[in-house]
Ligand binder design. Structure first.
Ligand SMILES: NC(=O)c1ccc[n+]([C@@H]2O[C@H](COP(=O)([O-])OP(=O)(O)OC[C@H]3O[C@@H](n4cnc5c(N)ncnc54)[C@H](O)[C@@H]3O)[C@@H](O)[C@H]2O)c1
Length: 374
């Protein structure tokens, strides 16, 4: 586990996933047996790793990636590094014959992302990329609605993602400063389009074209050490994705917006037979048969409460942490060849969406996205 001291590496991958799987006695296989997991922590600071290892009773840690990769007892390499360091590390791991599991985006450029997919395929190693948003309870309820035929034909999706990220001057920023520097792999397009690609592909269909406008609303921020820096990366993106079947997905992603919705992400899906509004947890629906008939009249104050026309979808399930579910899915893929579709090629499609989104913004035009293959 490389980069395990970081925000994602520590909280989501070590604590909420690997240690949680270890605590439950390992990953459950199809035949009912369990396989236990044994992490090795890898990072730059031996002291930090020693502290983490002692805190969580972990036996193996090292500040040498080469040493970790040379150890045949550890067949999976997992990468949670800052994005700029990922390609080099994953290439080494593939060359060492390790199976690969990684955070997104898999690379900074589509060429690099595709090369990783090709190298892993040629080496015959299993490979997987994080796709956590699909496991959010709200999105799982959306999946259920789609599977049940609730929407009829899906016409459009409009999504809002974002919140105010403090500039770091009078209150510390709640995200790492590299997120706002293009030269360090930052930017909301690179960060979020990698998610939007698998979310849209998996729930609504293949993306045929993208039009995006990416901007840097806040030009200067203050970093973790209190130093002012120039924000060279985009902090908001306004995008339209057209799907193969004609549905339109319009998504705003922003770190410079104040939240006026129930959750930090909300998608409204409109179909011929019904509509839904989903967030991280919640999901409200309005079927065709219960749709009110508004009439535009600017002379009369609004008397109808439109929010009351929506029905809350019940959980009907216990939703587990998405990062843990993904890890179990990938471990089963490695251990018993369970089906798995979120591989490095899928990750590369996400990187391409970011790259073409930025190109669309720079050139002010819509960009076609032909199918990608190895
Ligand atoms: N799936 C998600 O929802 C999600 C959310 C946030 C971030 N991410 C992704 O996770 C990755 C890590 O993001 P984070 O927010 O945890 O960042 P972070 O800054 O908290 O952690 C980065 C890690 O990389 C290590 N690192 C930094 N510079 C390095 C260098 N020069 N050489 C080697 N290691 C170095 C750090 O020590 C740390 O362990 C990024 O690729 C990011 O895009 C994913």
């Amino acid at each position: 586990m490389n980069g395990v001291s970081g925000r994602m590496g520590y909280r989501q991958h070590l604590l909420r996933s690997i240690l949680a799987i270890r605590e439950q006695g390992g990953v459950l296989l199809a035949d009912g047996s369990r396989v236990q997991v044994e992490p090795m922590l890898v990072g730059r600071s031996k002291e930090k790793l020693a502290e983490l290892a002692a805190k969580h009773g972990i036996e193996h840690y090292t500040d040498s990636l080469d040493e970790a990769l040379a150890n045949p007892d550890f067949p999976i390499y997992a990468d949670f590094l800052v994005t700029t360091k990922r390609v080099e590390a994953i290439k080494k791991a593939i060359a060492a014959g390790k199976h690969i599991y990684t955070e997104k985006p898999t690379a900074e450029s589509f060429d690099d992302a595709l090369e990783l997919a090709r190298l892993a395929t040629a080496a015959g190693v299993k490979n997987g990329v994080v796709h956590d948003k699909l496991y959010l309870p709200g999105f799982q309820k959306l999946r259920r609605l789609i599977d049940s035929g609730f929407f009829g034909r899906i016409l459009s999706v409009r999504g809002e993602f974002g919140y105010w990220v403090f500039e770091g001057d009078w209150q510390p920023a709640q995200r790492p400063s590299w997120n706002y520097r293009a030269e360090d792999g930052g930017g909301i397009v690179s960060d979020m389009f990698a998610h939007w690609n698998y979310v849209i592909e998996n729930l609504f269909g293949r993306i045929d074209s993208v039009y995006a406008r990416a901007v840097t609303h806040i030009p200067s921020r203050v970093d973790e050490a209190g130093a002012t820096y120039t924000a060279t990366a985009d902090d908001a993106a306004y995008a339209i994705f057209e799907l193969e079947d004609g549905a339109i997905v319009q998504l705003n992603s922003s770190w410079a917006v104040r939240v006026n919705r129930k959750e930090l992400v909300e998608f409204q899906v409109d179909g011929t037979l019904g509509s839904a509004v989903v967030g991280l947890f919640g999901c409200r629906i309005q079927p065709r048969n219960a749709t009110p008939k508004p009439v535009w009249n600017p002379d009369l104050p609004e008397s109808h409460d439109y929010f009351q026309d929506w029905i809350e979808v019940p959980d009907n399930d216990a939703f587990e942490n998405g990062f843990k579910v993904q890890w179990e899915q990938f471990l089963r893929h490695v251990l018993e060849d369970a089906p798995y579709e979120f591989d490095l090629l899928a990750g590369a499609r996400g990187v391409r969406l970011s790259e073409e989104g930025l190109r669309s913004s720079a050139e002010g035009r819509r960009i076609q996205l032909p199918a990608v293959s190895l």
